[in-house]
Design a protein around this ligand. Sequence first.
Ligand SMILES: [Fe+2]
Ligand SMILES: [Fe+2]
Length: 211
Amino acid sequence: MTTPLPSTPIATTPARGVDLDPIWAAVVPESRARSNDIHLPVSLAFAERLCDAYPVADDLLVRVAILLHDTGWGRVDESRIISEGFSGDWRKAAIRFEHEKLGCEIAREVLPALGYDEKFVEEVATIIDGHDTRKEAKSLEDALMRDADRLWRFDHAGIALASGWFAMDPSSYCDRLEAEIVPELLTEAAMSMAKADLQRSRALLKTAVLR
Ligand SMILES: [Fe+2]
Ligand SMILES: [Fe+2]
């Protein structure tokens, strides 16, 4: 007799397929900044789950945009990332705008050589530009990328890294996710993923006791 599989998808689903591997290979140096080599793959896995929930979205556009969106951190002055990009009014910090512009530049450098056409490249750049500093999403694809960029923090790997960036303990950071980040999510699917992952991460990290 076989045991039925649980109906809830596993939170840490790896990204599907290898079709984006040439893009990953092209941005290895940029992946080493600000733990992009954790943030970007985990966010891509969330983006793919969101695309599955909204099949009308342009799946490739969302996936390429999330893969590249923070590569610009790899070309800014690294010493300013934490001091300016993660403290005070960090959403309006000059370095935030810089990493968005540089991310667009990287997309325009890397994608044409890999066979992506100009229209697609500009659609990717439109999503990357302002992904942290613009208030509204311009399209469903933009909304899914923005939600995936937040969802990775609900995974325990995201909590481990981001709590350190904001100089918070994991328990306080989980409280912040619930109070501040869940209300920022744009889609129903992202809300339910965030709540499920936060519950799991809180249990795993013993945040009820380690306060
Ligand atoms: Fe960003
Ligand atoms: Fe990001």
